[in-house]
Write a protein that binds this ligand. Structure first.
Ligand code: HEM
Length: 411
């Protein structure tokens, strides 16, 4: 058996693709691998249990799920309010949802929980809520809307947005290290939201779980790139400035809050997969192997945007994603908290996969729009990526015990 497994390991990718080596041998590969996995458990049981019982405090100045280290699984839900919902009804809905959030994030079943047995693995669950312009209108509070929410995001020339992935009156970001925990929390929240709102869209995303790679490793997106290197660091003054609406900011109900842009960006993974390594690296301006800038060093070495090659061309190309996304001044910076998504393939076998680009910032008009404008105009990555969904929400501040989420607006 061992000899057969060694022999199979030596099979070339070309051989397998052309089908020559498949058949009985091909089946044996699965058999051998399955047997080995069963006899050599790779997950440390104690650490797996510890992760499952970890909780993230839902109370505080800011909502949880933003500065919180990114969990492995997420479901974003966009809801449309029912026509008859007014401010009073919104208060009731937010009270119910807040109660669910408090209980579930502590590993306790919600009131009238349909599956209470699923509540005892909180796995660092967080639920973060965002308000769309429609929610403020339903509450009769549109005059309290921040200018950027009233205006909405401008259209970008790369956009091929579909209503089924865009907009919404209320957004819930439900994230945890365990997809069963996320699924259960989503069911509970939707059960309580149903009398007030209808689901407009749901989008699930993922990363490598904490126990499959060292926690210090920056994750990779589905194009294979190291993604998340340059980002404000939670716990720093820099992060606070980029993300939170300050204590003297406008409107007052959003002080301590933020905003989020969620863009569903489809990747043409079949075409991208056929590109050579150099083209892939030049598209970003970083090496695929370790995420280091093309001008050298390691992942965290500062890129040299002035460097030119022997022919006088910029080493980090003018149309590379990194050069164009890089901040031009101290204003145009956001905190990225994206997730991969993979919804299988369409009937032609085309992957329906990509990035749930998620970014938090104090002012999307001043911080997100200029970056996205530069990318829309010139980013070579646009060849393989298409934004098909887009939504913008105001993120109310956090809440304390006895308060409900959104109270600074609705109370
Ligand atoms: C599918 C779409 C996208 C992919 C695959 C992608 C991928 C990447 C990668 C691999 C990096 C380099 C490593 C890093 O610093 O994280 C990067 C950097 C960055 N991206 Fe994206 N990105 C996408 C969309 C966007 C969008 C829509 C924005 C904002 C409008 C954005 C903003 C940024 C920023 C600000 C940086 C850091 C630039 C720097 O200062 O070096 N990205 N992205």
């Amino acid at each position: 058996m061992a000899a057969e497994s060694d022999q199979n390991r030596g099979l070339s990718r070309r051989g397998l693709l052309s089908g020559i080596a498949l058949g009985a041998g091909g089946l044996a590969v699965g058999g051998v691998t399955g047997y080995a996995a069963a006899s050599e458990p790779s997950i440390d049981e104690a650490s797996a249990t510890a992760l499952g019982s970890e909780t993230v405090d839902c109370f505080g100045t800011h909502q949880a799920g933003i500065a919180t280290p990114r969990q492995a699984h997420v479901t974003f839900i966009g809801l449309d309010l029912r026509r008859e919902v007014n401010r009073e009804a919104l208060v009731r809905m937010m009270q119910l949802l807040t109660d669910d959030i408090v209980r579930l994030t502590q590993g306790r079943p919600a009131l009238a929980d349909p599956q209470p047995e699923l509540a005892d693995v909180p796995a660092r669950l967080t639920v973060t809520a965002g308000f769309g312009e429609g929610l403020l209108t339903a509450a009769g509070l549109e005059t309290k809307s921040p200018y950027w929410l009233t205006a909405g995001l401008p259209g970008f020339k790369v956009d091929e947005l579909q209503p089924r992935w865009s907009d919404g009156d209320l957004m819930l970001q439900v994230a945890a290290e365990d997809p069963v925990t996320v699924s259960h929390a989503v069911r509970v929240l939707l059960t309580d939201a149903r009398p007030f709102a209808k689901v407009r869209w749901m989008q699930s995303g993922f990363h490598r779980p904490a126990n499959t790679a060292p926690t210090s490793t920056t994750g990779r997106n589905l194009m294979g790139q190291v993604d998340g290197t340059i980002n404000p660091q939670p716990g720093t003054e820099d992060f606070d400035q980029v993300v939170w609406i300050p204590a003297d900011g406008e409107p007052t109900w959003l002080q301590g809050g933020s905003s989020v842009v969620i863009r569903r960006i489809e990747m043409d993974l079949r075409v991208w997969g056929g590109m050579d390594e150099m083209a892939k690296e030049e598209a970003i301006g970083r090496r695929l192997s370790d995420g280091a800038p093309l001008t050298g060093g390691d992942e965290f070495t500062a890129p040299d945007f002035e460097a030119v090659d022997a022919n006088g061309f910029e080493v980090i190309p003018a149309t590379s994603h990194m050069r164009l996304a890089h901040a031009q001044d101290s204003t145009d910076r956001v905190f990225r908290r994206p997730y991969n998504y993979d919804d299988g393939v369409d009937e032609d076998g085309k992957p329906e996969a990509g990035l749930l680009f998620t970014a938090y910032m104090a002012d999307p008009d001043a911080q997100f729009v200029p970056i996205q404008q530069r990318l829309a105009d010139a980013d070579v990555l646009n060849i393989w990526t298409t934004p098909i969904g887009s939504a913008l929400f105001a993120i109310p501040p956090g809440f304390s015990e006895g308060e409900y989420l959104g109270q600074t607006l609705l109370g």
